[in-house]
Design a binder for this molecule. Sequence first.
Ligand code: ZN
Length: 234
Amino acid sequence: MGLLEKIKKDFPFKVKIGDKTIKYRPWNTKEEKNYLLVSGSKENPTFEDIENILLTNCVENYDEIKKDLTEGEKYLLLLEIRKFSISETIDLKFECVKCKKLNDLAAPLDKIVHYKEANYKEVKLDNKVFYFGKPKTEKLVERVREEKDPIEKEFKNLLIHIQKIEIDDEVFDSFTFEELYEFVSNLPAKEFDELSKEFNEMKEEFDVYLDTYCMFCNAENKVVFGGIEDFLWG
Ligand SMILES: [Zn+2]
């Protein structure tokens, strides 16, 4: 038997994310090297870079299942694999806001990752009903990811979660993104505020920060991360 036949190709680990059970394996040396190459050559590796290098290979049938995963679920999956590939903690240094001393600790990932599952439902406004749900295509999610302006990003994120609109009992569910953009842009500001408030309560949330205490003076400290790219190998 040739040596290369000994290379493990199976996915020994399982994780439940939302209602899906996903099989995966830890990163190998080649993947780790590729990731470090990309993150060393770019100031900020994009999520697509990370996805292509780390998720596509390490998750069983990733190309098929990725369309059913939300952005937050992909992050959770990535961090789950990171636990088995590197460790369940990250080495963290921060200066205390009060005594200014340098804290050095191994923080558990589970304390850093804050995730709220989405809870989509319909919103009734005057003579209209907006039905919210997961974005129908990957392309829509990309539109939001590519948007640089934070206000536009938030606006587009709301739009891609609208699946259907009823107006005076007439149903609209086959509009283009551009049509929807135009339609929602023309809503009275008061109606949009209400819609946006409701959406913020139901949308998925993924955040990375650590609430902790200084080991010298016990003052409360909040350590904020730029994104998961910041501590994937930290
Ligand atoms: Zn302190």
